[in-house]
Design a binder for this molecule. Structure first.
Ligand code: SAH
Ligand code: SF4
Length: 375
């Protein structure tokens, strides 16, 4: 018999994956559809991790499943909880292969889970720590889904434990460029939005892209995701530097793809993210240009205070500069544009999740201490 460690997990699989598993466990073809539905509800509605507890499934089948499969999640290598309720998870997918997710408790009842789509990133945005890490690999759809399972386990966010949900929204703003892993992102969204399971509607799932224009239409038709654009600059010259993918898909093309994004409307606005970099992109003139550029696009603007990392070539704009910039954006009709930094004490701001930094910070602190030592 297999040892539990060597057995494949069903957690995170789509219906086709569960179907294959059930056939392997000896379920006859004519029953398999019903069994998939039962398993689906246990795994994705109740978060069940023990086949033995699946009481509407015949005992011999429960045993057959338990002999072949587990419902284990990937390993939670580290977990940090901030004083403001933000939780950061470091998830180990294999030796040296780690990604992060962050739970950001919301105002009122909306809480968001920020998840990763790749280990590392092929793009090299100069202000982003993930951009300094080479791409290791794409996440599978099951690994993307597992980030939600892990967070729901940790938050006791399954229906048997509580009536309201802690995680109501999902944002692909963790590590990686989701549009370079669109097949798996779309497949994961099919699982996450399925009404018999996790049931987070597509209107509450936002995919953030640095601007991979050729994939945007497909994101809108196939995944029907809410769209966020990492804009960060209003001129091609500067954006070429900050977000190098701009050299392939400049601003005019990006904004045109936004105007024609499937489903875009005043009820389904595109979020434009703009990281505030001191003396780089934060002038009043740039705020006015931003408003001008977005005219006619149903948009929200999200000003993100830059979160510095060791060795970063930028600083965050001053608070008064951010407010002045926000004021211009605000007067143009965009409500509450500043994204409040969350979980700063655990370094969990969504959008620059990183694992290598833990080591780097420790060594920076050590250097500081050494430098401060009396000679
Ligand atoms: N690759 C995708 C999604 C992940 S990044 C993208 O670039 O959109 C999520 C957001 O966090 C992006 O807007 C990104 O530009 C921003 N971000 C990255 N590093 C940051 C930092 N150090 N401070 C603030 N925001 C950052
Ligand atoms: Fe990749 Fe997004 Fe970071 Fe750019 S900002 S390097 S696209 S993760």
């Amino acid at each position: 018999m297999n040892t539990p460690d060597a057995m494949p997990s069903l957690a995170g699989l789509d219906r086709a994956g569960l179907r294959a598993a059930l056939l392997q466990a000896g379920v006859p073809e004519r029953q398999v559809r019903m069994r998939v539905n039962q398993l689906w509800r246990w795994i994705y509605h109740y978060g069940q991790q023990d086949f033995a507890a699946m009481t509407d499934i015949a005992k011999p089948l429960r045993t057959a499943l338990a002999e072949r499969f587990t419902l284990a999640r990937p390993e939670l290598a580290a977990r940090q909880v901030s004083t403001d309720g933000t939780r950061k998870y470091l998830i180990r997918l294999g030796p040296g292969v780690e990604v992060e997710s962050v739970f950001i408790p919301g105002v009122g009842r909306a809480g968001a889970l920020c998840i990763s789509s790749q280990v590392g990133c092929t793009l090299n945005c100069t202000f982003c720590h993930t951009g300094t890490q080479a791409l290791v690999r794409n996440l599978t759809a099951a690994e993307i889904v597992s980030q939600i399972l892990i967070a729901r386990d940790d938050l006791s966010d399954w229906p048997s434990a509580r009536d309201d949900r802690a995680i109501t929204n999902i944002v692909f703003m963790g590590m990686g460029e989701p549009l370079y892993n669109l097949d798996n992102v779309a497949a994961a969204m099919d699982v996450l939005s399925d009404g018999d399971g996790i049931a987070i509607s597509r209107r509450r799932i936002t995919v953030s892209t640095s601007g991979v224009v050729p994939k945007m239409h497909e994101l809108g038709t196939r995944a029907q995701a809410m769209l966020a654009i990492s804009l960060h600059a209003v001129r091609d010259e500067l954006r070429d530097e900050l977000v190098p993918v701009n050299r392939a898909y400049p601003l005019a093309e990006l904004l045109q793809a936004c105007r024609t994004y499937p489903g875009v409307s005043n009820a389904r606005r595109i979020t434009f993210e703009y990281v505030m970099l001191k003396g780089v992109n934060d002038s009043d003139a740039e705020a006015r240009e931003l408003v001008r550029l977005l005219a006619g696009i149903p948009a929200k603007i999200n000003l993100i205070p830059f979160n510095p990392w060791p060795g970063a070539p930028y600083e965050c704009s001053s608070w008064s500069r951010i407010e002045a910039f926000a004021d211009i954006v605000n007067k143009a009709g965009y409500a509450s544009p500043i994204r409040t930094p969350r979980g700063r004490d655990i370094d969990a701001a969504c959008g620059q999740l990183r694992s290598a930094s833990i080591k780097q910070r420790a060594s920076a602190r050590l250097k500081e201490r050494l430098a401060a030592r009396p000679a």
